[in-house]
Design a binder for this molecule. Structure first.
Ligand SMILES: [Zn+2]
Length: 310
């Protein structure tokens, strides 16, 4: 088993164990500080801290090796995860609450992920928003902010970039319905986490509805019922669902909301907090998703600015 040729600096940490599983996962952490790859190495030399990672990435984009890939680093508060994962600590060029990383560090992290996948036969980085994927977050295993809001919001981007370079980008499946170019669905919710959507789907199934998940824009898992050529048919299904105690709305295949959303909305303050936590992405993506979910982008952004002390 090899280590990355992209490494600029090596100092092996005494904090590691034999690796107990095949490498098929990557876990990206943040340092919660602006440590150079050399300074991070010193932290991991300390045996009383019981901490390490396979790699570190500095704000300058340089890469450090601390635990060879054939060893298990002690990074994610979870032995099973660290057994199968290559772990990467990325330096922050800013502090709380957003814990940003530099563009150079982000790019170097993507380069390193591509290299790790290629050398370890990982065909694709699958970010599912939960532990079922092979791009994982420390905060899913223990009570920590790591990898922080900024990096958390970049995981889908990182996976997309890596997969494009691995040449394994899956085209979204085109749904085809003979004789109809417009298809209506009843949508009951859109979820960050597939596991949440799946839980609600099972409840619907138990109530006799044939519900399914649609990942329309790769950001959200939409829980939907029905494929109807006529809007009135979708409205009939919506009425049935409402009788059964569900709320939803009729949408088109594109995910465009066809009638005003009746889905329960969260408060603007709550959404602003979620934005700070990195759950709504950045820039144009954030604006598009907030608007699609029925929130006023300008109102939310103003609250975010207050939360961030801008
Ligand atoms: Zn971490």
């Amino acid at each position: 088993m090899s280590n990355s040729p992209l490494v600029n600096y090596t100092k092996i940490s005494p904090n590691s164990s034999a690796r107990g599983a095949k490498i098929d996962t990557i876990t990206i952490h943040h340092m919660a500080g602006n440590l150079s790859v050399e300074a991070c190495a010193e932290v991991f030399q300390n045996t009383s801290r019981q901490a390490s990672s396979n790699y570190g990435v500095g704000t300058d984009g340089r890469i450090g090796l601390y635990v060879p890939e054939n060893r298990r680093a002690w990074t994610s508060s979870n032995r099973d995860n660290d057994n199968r994962a290559i772990t990467i600590e990325v330096a922050n060029n800013g502090g709380a609450p957003n814990w940003p990383v530099s563009d150079k560090a982000l790019q170097a992290t993507i380069d390193l992920c591509v290299d790790i996948c290629q050398r370890n036969g990982i065909a694709r980085l699958n970010f599912t928003g939960d532990k079922t994927g092979n791009l994982t977050m420390h905060k899913w295993f223990t009570n920590t902010l790591c990898p922080g809001p900024y990096l958390s919001g970049k995981f889908q981007y990182i996976a997309d970039q890596v997969n494009a370079r691995l040449g394994t980008t899956e085209q979204p499946k085109k749904e085809t319905y003979p004789g109809s170019t417009t298809v209506y669905h009843v949508q009951l919710g859109a979820f960050e986490k597939k596991s949440w959507a799946e839980k609600k789907r099972q409840a619907l199934e138990a109530d006799g509805f044939d519900a399914y998940l649609a990942c329309v824009d790769s950001c959200l898992w939409r829980l939907q019922v029905g494929n109807f050529a006529e809007k009135v048919e979708a409205e009939k299904m919506l009425a049935k669902l409402k009788e059964a105690g569900y709320s939803g709305f009729v949408t088109l295949l594109s995910g465009k909301v066809e009638t005003p959303a009746a889905a329960p909305k969260k408060s603007d303050d709550r959404i602003a907090q979620e934005v700070v936590w990195g759950q709504w992405g950045n820039g144009a993506e954030r604006k598009q998703r907030l608007t699609a979910a029925g929130y006023d982008y300008d109102v939310i952004q103003a609250k975010v600015n207050v939360l961030m002390g801008r």
